[in-house]
Design a protein around this ligand. Structure first.
Ligand code: HEM
Length: 470
């Protein structure tokens, strides 16, 4: 069976054009309680409907006719329709939270903006971030008291915030240095973090009322304050003199703007992009690292294999404080293990697109106006994509088995909107895992409980037993 779609296989219908004879529509009647069932337990929602209807089915989640797609061909169709037959499908409230200058507001400028942003998160610039990433993790895990029961997600999240905020917002977070927040409208790391949380929560408020009494309203207020903060950070950075474009993501944008004042980067885009980037990365990476540690606690033999790989990669230097980009690239089994965690516990639930035209693929009509959700929770458990999908088997991602092909493995979405930070997420998770493998033994305690929505992550009260290794 052919698993990928040729562009010409997708028949795009003009308005009023009749679909070919014999065309069907996706199975399943949308139900009034679909949103509730999906949000309450997305894994179960996907699994049950997959069993009953197959990998493509109709729903009514979030108040609109929404077609879930899980087969590689349909996912490819969904990911590659930008400017032809799809647009990014985000509710108006979400667009408000992103702001006028985000990556999403102007589909016509999306590619140009994204290309300009990528150098700040990939390649040599990303390699240059690894000393900072190592340093923050080494200091952060030193604070983990042992032997103890560690609340896993909050412990990881605290460190991830300290890694990402300096890299993305271009600020040092050291509260004990009086220069850190001098002349800025936010006065401490705790205040900044709390504002960020309010901003993040605002995306998922149920009420659209702009008021202090709603999550959405408080989110917008937090957003305004964060933009004011970023404006002051940018002003301070400019007065400090020469900007090193590879120091952090903010510097990359400021340097590019200095070089080409009429280019992509306006001040508004820079401020907004810093917010978007932290929004898109912080909770996702925290979710991934903590889920990885939770998964490994179930599989001591995988921990053993990972330690053997570390010993081979590092040789004599098996007790290091700094994993270099080269070391990280050699850790292929660790990479496979992280991918397997992303397959089984994808932090991000969905990549969604709205159809601006009707299309027909494989005799199925996807009607204009419907939303398509490419769901990793479907794609990652389909037997055609993964052998024995219910088994945790990192080796499936090694070249010999070669599972995890494009459009079958989609934790980072795909197509023109594919995640911009996938490489960065992998680097942070690899460094984190390497230090933790070196420093600790750990065991799972109770049955895990997960927050399911908007991101899948362990609940804050889930603990592991942790002991420092001699
Ligand atoms: C485990 C970590 C992460 C996961 C699971 C994740 C997942 C995703 C997913 C599913 C999408 C939607 C893709 C689509 O619609 O096709 C996305 C988009 C995006 N992500 Fe990530 N992400 C992660 C980390 C990051 C990081 C570290 C950054 C940047 C620092 C980042 C920046 C973005 C941006 C800017 C977009 C929008 C891209 C566009 O629309 O063109 N993400 N991510």
């Amino acid at each position: 069976m052919q698993n990928t779609t040729n562009a010409e296989e997708v028949l795009v219908l003009e308005d009023g054009q009749t679909p070919p004879t014999g065309t069907t529509i996706p199975p399943r009647q949308p139900k009034w309680n679909d949103t509730f069932k999906y949000i309450a337990n997305p894994d179960q929602f996907c699994r049950q409907n997959l069993q009953e209807y197959g990998p493509i089915f109709n729903t009514r989640v979030f108040g609109r006719t929404t077609i879930f797609v899980g087969s590689a061909k349909a996912i490819q169709m969904a990911f590659n329709g930008d400017l032809k037959y799809t647009e990014i499908a985000l509710p108006a409230t979400t667009m408000d939270m992103f702001g006028e200058y985000s990556l999403f507001q102007r589909p016509d400028l999306h590619r140009q903006r994204k290309n300009a942003l990528a150098p700040g998160l990939t390649g040599r610039v990303l390699d240059g971030y690894t000393p900072h990433i190592n340093d923050v993790i080494v200091r952060g895990i030193q604070d983990w008291a042992t032997p103890s029961r560690l609340s896993l997600y909050p412990a990881v999240e605290k460190i991830c915030f300290d890694i990402l905020t300096p890299l993305l917002l271009g600020i040092n977070l050291d509260d004990s240095d009086s220069a850190t927040f001098k002349e800025l409208p936010v006065t401490s790391k705790a205040e900044l973090k709390a504002l960020y949380k309010t901003y993040f929560d605002g995306f998922y408020g149920l009420s659209k009322w702009k008021s202090r009494f709603t999550k959405y309203g408080r989110g917008l207020l937090a957003r305004a304050k964060l933009i004011e903060f970023m404006r002051a950070v940018v002003h301070r950075r400019r007065t400090e003199g020469k900007i090193n474009p590879s120091a952090d993501f903010l510097s990359m944008m400021l340097a590019s703007q200095q070089e080409n004042p009429d280019g992509v980067f306006s001040d508004e885009l820079i401020e907004n992009q810093c917010l978007l980037q932290l929004w898109a990365s912080h909770y996702e990476i925290s979710g991934l690292v903590s889920s990885l540690m939770y998964q490994l606690a179930q599989y001591p033999q995988v921990i053993q294999q990972l330690r053997e790989e570390q010993a081979t990669v590092l040789g004599e230097n098996s007790n290091v404080n700094m994993f270099s980009p080269e070391n990280l690239k050699q850790m292929v089994f660790l990479e496979a293990t992280i991918k397997e965690t992303l397959r089984i516990l994808p932090p991000s639930s969905t990549a969604s697109r709205q159809l601006t035209k009707s299309v027909v693929l494989d005799g199925v009509l996807y009607k204009k106006g419907c939303v398509l959700i490419a769901e990793p929770r479907l794609a990652h458990i389909i037997q055609e994509h993964f052998q024995q999908p219910e088994v945790f088997a990192p080796e499936r991602f090694l070249p010999e088995r070669g599972e995890g092909k494009m459009y079958e493995f989609i934790p980072f979405g795909g197509g023109v909107h594919a995640c911009l930070g996938a490489q960065m997420a992998m680097v942070v998770t690899k460094v984190f895992a390497s230090h933790v493998l070196q420093a600790f033994d750990w065991e799972a305690t109770d049955e895990p409980k997960f927050v399911q929505f908007p991101l899948k992550k362990l609940k804050d009260d889930y603990q592991i037993k942790i002991i420092r290794r001699v």
